[in-house]
Design a protein around this ligand. Structure first.
Ligand code: DX5
Ligand code: ZN
Length: 220
């Protein structure tokens, strides 16, 4: 099992007027990925941006892009997001009817395939796709907005998934997204997560690059 701890700051909470300097901060920080939230106003009650913006971000960001699609029928746009620079391309289980095909085609198109589940979806629903993914993203808030509170039973879901990974000898990474902060980061790593997404905790802090280090290494 990989003992690694990775941080993926979520650009959703950044200052978009100063996007270039926010990304420079990420480049020179200990962030491992840049998390990009793509919302369509249908799957979630919010709209963000699409692949043309990702393509531009990819020109200046030196960290691998972790693209989280909160859109219905994500299979329609796989190639566009991969061409734009997605390293991880994550789709929601609840948004793709033929999930098996969607995940397979992400890998075939050359990216790492991720699957995400909403807070109401049990980890057991993932059992038939665990061999097809490089990443499982556990949503620890209802997706749509930054700055929400962590839903407590997500911790239990991470533990269960970590157990399933061990039993099935799978190699996907476990990522947690929503309400991650300095108080719960260590618990999440201990429960079996490798990648923590953090929006408000990083970008709304006094010193974002220092916060990234604290999220990763501080032992509470
Ligand atoms: C929510 C997004 C998250 C969001 C997290 O739908 O998927 O990535 O940016 O923001 P925080 O860390 O502030 O909860
Ligand atoms: Zn996200």
């Amino acid at each position: 099992m990989m003992p690694n701890k990775f941080i993926a700051p979520s650009l959703l909470s950044a200052d978009f007027i100063r996007l270039e300097s926010e990304i420079s901060m990420i480049n020179s920080s200990e962030a491992d990925y840049l998390h990009l939230d793509i919302m369509d106003g249908v799957f979630v009650p919010n709209i963000t941006f699409g692949w043309p913006i990702i393509e531009q971000i990819n020109q200046i960001c030196t960290k691998p892009l972790d693209v989280h699609l909160m859109i219905v029928q994500p299979e329609r746009y796989i190639q566009q997001f991969i061409n734009a620079g997605a390293h991880f391309l994550t789709v929601h289980l609840e948004a793709s009817t033929h999930l098996h095909r969607t995940l397979t085609s992400i890998r075939e198109a050359g990216a790492k395939a991720g699957v995400s589940i909403n807070p109401h979806t049990p980890v057991s629903a993932l059992s038939e796709v665990l061999d097809l993914v490089d990443l499982v993203l556990i949503m620890s808030v209802n997706p749509g907005f930054g700055g929400q509170s962590f839903i407590k039973n997500s911790l239990e879901k991470i533990k269960q998934l970590s157990q399933m990974r061990k039993q099935g000898n799978h190699s996907f990474l476990i990522e947690v997204d929503g309400g991650v902060n300095l108080e719960n980061a260590n618990l999440l790593f201990d429960a079996g997560a490798e990648i923590l997404v953090a929006g408000n905790a990083v970008f709304k802090s006094e010193n974002p690059s220092e916060t990234i280090i604290l999220l990763k290494y501080r032992n509470l």
